[in-house]
Design a binder for this molecule. Structure first.
Ligand SMILES: [Zn+2]
Length: 215
């Protein structure tokens, strides 16, 4: 199997796994991978219309400007974020996952940065909310990119996570397996904070919000 076919299969598999594990929902989420000058991305409404049981034929092939070259379905409005990140950070980063992860959404809804409380996410420090912008806008794409740019250690971490206020999680990663791994670690961290509140779970490290609304 060639690299492109393998990647399309992996995207479909990971979309399905994310949905099964409540790492994203029926309402949203997208997965993208860049190989050379092409980007492979899940279509819009992958949850609502396909229940995250995508066929490889549905994985869109895009050029670097976001024109659809191949694949069934339409481009997601959140594609702008993926395109900005995969244009700027490739080849160090090759994959982006956007997810409406159940426990992470609690932090997005509350517009709170997420402290690390388990060792597996300590490397990320406080996971920040980017500056707010409407879904599907260039502004949101730029705000997410800004929140990645300040993560100067992201290459060592292999992933750069960013929360979007009242929306969900974006993770830029070295590759798609690392992106999935990070989404699950971060959602588990959120779960530990929410459910460990009465146990006095303590954050690791200091918090400096990047979103001026939270200072
Ligand atoms: Zn979304």
């Amino acid at each position: 199997m060639d690299r492109v076919d393998y990647t399309k299969q992996l995207i479909t598999k990971i979309g399905n796994l994310m949905f099964q594990r409540s790492l994203t929902d029926l309402a949203g989420g997208n997965i993208s991978v860049r190989i050379d000058d092409k980007i492979y991305m899940t279509p819009t409404l992958a949850g609502m219309m396909s229940f995250w049981e995508l066929r490889t034929e549905q994985i869109l092939t895009l050029d670097l400007k976001g024109n659809v070259l191949e694949g069934e379905g339409k481009l997601s409005r959140e594609a702008k974020v993926h395109l900005v990140l995969l244009n700027e950070f490739y080849p160090d980063a090759t994959a982006v996952i956007h997810a409406h992860s159940r426990n992470v959404l609690v932090f997005c809804a509350a517009e709170k940065p997420m402290p690390p409380v388990i060792v597996s996410v300590n490397k990320f420090g406080y996971i920040q909310q980017c500056v707010d912008a409407a879904s599907g806008t260039d502004e949101l794409a730029n705000n997410v990119a800004d929140a990645v740019r300040i993560q100067t250690n992201w290459k060592n971490n292999k992933s750069a996570p960013v929360m979007a206020p009242r929306h969900g999680l974006f993770v830029l990663s070295k590759d798609l397996n690392n992106a999935l791994d990070s989404v699950e670690r971060i959602d588990s961290n959120a779960y530990c904070i929410i459910n460990g509140a009465t146990l006095g779970v303590k954050p690791i490290g200091d918090n400096t919000p990047i979103n001026p609304n939270y200072e």
